[in-house]
Write a protein that binds this ligand. Structure first.
Ligand SMILES: *[C@@H]1O[C@H](CO)[C@@H](O)[C@H](O)[C@H]1NC(C)=O
Ligand SMILES: *[C@@H]1O[C@H](CO)[C@@H](O)[C@H](O)[C@H]1NC(C)=O
Length: 344
């Protein structure tokens, strides 16, 4: 695929905004800036309607968070999901949003007039006092922790949910992911057993037997929490929210890891999940930087592209310094000021 971006438009507002927020996050944010009015919701063009094939029966529940700074990513993700789904009318979105803003609902409605969705307020105070500072301030946003509370927030008739980050696009039928056999596990995700698991936790964790014993009897492997199929009923019954929270309490006392919401998830779940094909989370495409340090795709089939890492495709495209993989995201961009045009 050899898309070349030929837009000659200057930096877009959203690019400026998110970039300056990103840059701000590198330093300590002065208290005054936290009280600035929240950013305006950007405008998106209307996505076309997509219709069900004949054989569609069950509903597919998807949960994502809504964050104004990532909304462009969320919209692209939704668009990619319904576009590639054989049963787009059966997909129900459950959005978690930490602000109370009636406009977000009309923004989604005007972009996707046929979308089935619900918006739930996630109260950041629920988790704020439990968050320990990580090495990356972007990871400390309460909304990052919302996925831990999914089982409490979703209506009780939802027994299974696919949780998705906002910086990804689906390029396959989500029904295939939905129908994954969890084999009695609470959670399914691609597993990466070659990754060095030790480095996700501090020495003080590994040297403290009472803590590291938690992994006794399992072979823990890294998995990315940006794409998960969760058995919500089992999660509720097993009190997994409390289990993850308990580790966050330990972290407050002893500092046993440096990252944000991932390590407590790994502490509870790693080695206990249903491993699914790596095609469902081609992660790391954001790379280490906003510009430069581009990542290439791993070999093998791909069903989902995930720009995890610091760089986001919309920022790099707006800066006109895209990585090659960012051209795979651009066709899903519904942002009204994004004047993408493509040549062979
Ligand atoms: C929300 O909508 C109202 C009008 O309906 C508008 O005046 C206001 O600026 C909007 N706010 C945001 C954050 O977009
Ligand atoms: C894994 O990481 C730990 C901590 O950073 C390091 O001490 C260890 O040598 C690494 N193991 C391998 C096999 O690379």
């Amino acid at each position: 695929m050899a898309f070349r971006r030929t837009s000659s438009s200057p930096l877009h507002l959203l690019g400026h905004l998110s970039l300056s927020l990103l840059l701000l996050s590198a330093a300590a944010i002065p208290a005054a800036s936290l009280r600035r009015p929240p950013p305006q919701i950007p405008l998106f063009r209307e996505a076309p309607a997509f219709r069900n094939a004949d054989s569609c029966k069950t509903q597919i529940h998807i949960s994502m968070t809504l964050d104004t700074n990532y909304l462009r990513g969320t919209m692209a993700a939704i668009f990619s999901i319904i576009q590639h789904s054989t049963c787009p009318e059966n997909v129900v979105f459950h959005f978690l949003w930490s602000r109370v803003d009636p406009n977000i609902s009309s923004t989604i409605r005007s972009t996707f007039p046929y979308l089935k969705f619900m918006i739930y307020r996630f109260d950041p105070n629920r988790v704020r006092h439990k968050i320990s500072k990580s090495i990356r301030q972007a990871l400390d946003q309460p909304l990052n922790y919302a996925r831990i509370y999914l089982a409490d927030i979703l209506p009780s008739h939802v027994n299974r949910v696919i949780y998705l980050d906002s910086d990804l696009v689906m390029v396959d039928d989500i029904n295939l992911l939905w129908e994954v056999n969890l084999e009695n596990k609470v959670l399914a995700a691609p597993e990466y057993c070659h990754a060095n698991f030790t480095k996700y936790f501090s020495d003080s964790f590994w040297y403290d037997k009472s803590l590291s014993e938690t992994f006794k009897g399992r072979r823990p492997c890294y998995f990315n929490t940006g794409v998960m199929v969760v058995d919500v009923r089992k999660w509720r019954l097993g009190l997994y929210t409390q289990k993850v929270e308990n580790w966050m309490v330990v972290q407050k006392r002893k500092r046993i890891y440096d990252l944000g919401s991932l390590p407590p998830f790994l502490l509870v779940m790693a080695g206990n999940i249903k491993a699914i094909d790596h095609r469902w989370n081609q992660h790391g495409l954001g790379g280490d930087n906003i510009e430069g340090k581009c990542r290439n795709l791993h070999p093998g089939p791909i069903s989902l592209l995930h720009w995890s890492g610091k760089g986001k495709p919309w920022l790099r495209l707006d800066l006109r310094k895209p990585c090659n993989v960012d051209h795979l995201w651009a066709p899903y961009d519904l942002y009204l000021s994004a004047k993408h045009s493509f040549e062979e």
